[in-house]
Unconditional design. Structure first.
Length: 130
């Protein structure tokens, strides 16, 4: 894909879209998610697909997709966020535990109890080390 904007401009766009989405989040979740997806795509163009700066966007989108009962989409987003955080901070970091807990709740909502239990168990193990 050809880049039409500088990384700085794309980074600014990512931040602006993410800020707009967060401002909208409580009033119009669907519109906020659309802005988050725009921020994600701009950030991917600017920083690459595995840049840690995208983790909070992935978190918001995973929550939105889970709340919207789009569990397959939420799972992909949670897995991607986990991979980023584990690579950046290690598998025993409290930020990883937080994502595991959120992912577990979504898996439980999706009636995937074995996955939910495994994720919750891993999160608890991380929390008990701290």
């Amino acid at each position: 894909m050809e880049k039409s904007e500088s990384p700085e401009a794309q980074g600014a766009l990512t931040k602006a879209a993410h800020a707009a989405a967060e401002a909208l989040w409580e009033s119009d979740k669907k519109l906020a998610a659309e802005w988050e997806y725009r921020a994600l795509h701009a950030g991917e163009r600017a920083f690459g697909t595995n840049n840690i700066s995208l983790a909070s966007i992935l978190a918001n989108l995973a929550k939105y997709e889970g709340d919207s009962k789009q569990f397959a989409a939420a799972e992909i987003l949670y897995e991607r966020q986990l991979k980023m955080l584990e690579e950046k901070f290690g598998p025993s970091d409290s930020r990883v535990a937080k994502v595991l807990e959120e992912y577990s709740a979504a898996a439980k909502e999706a009636k995937d109890n074995s996955k939910a239990d495994a994720l919750a168990k891993r999160a608890a193990a991380i929390r008990s080390r701290k």
